[in-house]
Write a protein that binds this ligand. Structure first.
Ligand SMILES: [Zn+2]
Ligand SMILES: [Zn+2]
Length: 316
């Protein structure tokens, strides 16, 4: 096997998920997978990591973003301004690294239809402000799509479109051994199928997409996955299978909550998580609605709107 020059760099984030991993692939062109959030601490950690690998931030030629979330993409423009690097992302995640106003408008409407009270809905604005501070919007972004190939660290990687955690999430596979996984596979936690909307503002069911992604990964030849958070995953296919099983169990748990008649998303989320905490309400509701989407698709549950609020019920 040819030598592989990949340097993992752990970048601190202020988010509950903890540090994020970025991966510096040596050789020509010098390529960074993911960038970290735009904070002083993140930039300092990145500079230290580059120096340890014998490089400077100014030397990076390409930045490949696994997806557009702030903890992975926020710092990219700072790096571009210092290095002139080209940035790549899947086209479906372009809105996340551009203008996010439409997303927050759609999310606000959705939380109202979920029956979430006014205070947590207002909290969304504060969350948007916090996120905004930790990213600079990107311009002149290049795209990578399913089947594209890219050479990194002296090895050829194929782009896999892996929607579910983020609609434009990509993984990079070297064809035999290694998967650069981003947030699609994590060692200790199960990635959240975050709520997304299409251009018309309609919600996209992301958990069904995510399960399809995991089933695809189960069949991929690989020995190690390099995740966006936590250490390398030694048995990635088994971890993918475990994550599928986790969602099956969670789906059964949520189905049981529909036993006593129709319930709103806010009500189900309160039962499962104990609160509608302002900063985590989106994460919590994403998880609940994802499993309800599965139940509706399977015909085990139905949804109807009453006075503008979604109600989920078991089917007979
Ligand atoms: Zn993410
Ligand atoms: Zn992440």
């Amino acid at each position: 096997m040819e030598p592989m020059h990949v340097h993992p760099i752990e970048i601190p984030t202020p988010f509950p998920v903890g540090p994020v991993n970025v991966y510096l692939f040596g050789g020509d062109p010098l390529t960074l997978v993911d960038a970290g959030p735009k904070t002083g601490d993140a930039l300092a950690a990145l500079e230290t990591g580059f120096a340890r690998a014998g490089h400077r931030v100014e030397d990076v030629r390409r930045i490949v973003l696994t997806h557009g979330h702030v903890d992975h993409a926020g710092l990219a423009r700072t790096l571009v301004e210092r290095s002139g690097a080209e940035v790549y992302i899947h086209p479906a995640d372009l809105p996340k690294v551009g203008d996010t106003a439409a997303y927050y408008r759609a999310m606000r409407r959705f939380l109202e239809s979920a029956g979430v009270p006014e205070a947590p809905v207002q909290g969304l604005q504060e969350r948007a402000r916090i996120m905004q501070r930790m990213r600079d919007p990107l311009r002149d972004v290049r795209t990578l799509q399913e089947g594209d190939e890219i050479e990194m660290g002296g090895r050829r990687f194929r782009v896999l479109h892996c929607p579910g955690h983020s609609i434009g999430h990509i993984c990079l596979h070297d064809g035999k051994r290694m998967l650069v996984a981003g947030d699609v596979l994590l060692g200790d936690i199960s990635p959240n199928p975050l709520i997304e909307f299409d251009v018309s503002g309609a919600r996209i069911p992301t958990l069904p997409q995510y399960l399809a992604t995991l089933r695809r990964l189960q069949d991929l030849p690989m020995e190690v996955a390099l995740p966006g958070h936590g250490g390398p995953i030694a048995a990635p296919a088994a971890r993918a299978a475990e994550t599928v099983a986790h969602h099956q169990a969670r789906k059964a748990e949520i189905a049981a909550l529909l036993r006593n008649g129709p319930r709103t998303l806010a009500d189900l989320t309160l039962t499962l998580f104990g609160n509608l905490d302002e900063l985590n309400v989106v994460l919590a509701i994403s998880e609940v609605v994802g499993h309800l989407d599965l139940l509706v698709m399977e015909g085990a549950a139905a949804v109807e709107t009453r006075n503008g609020i979604l109600h989920y019920a078991r089917t007979a």
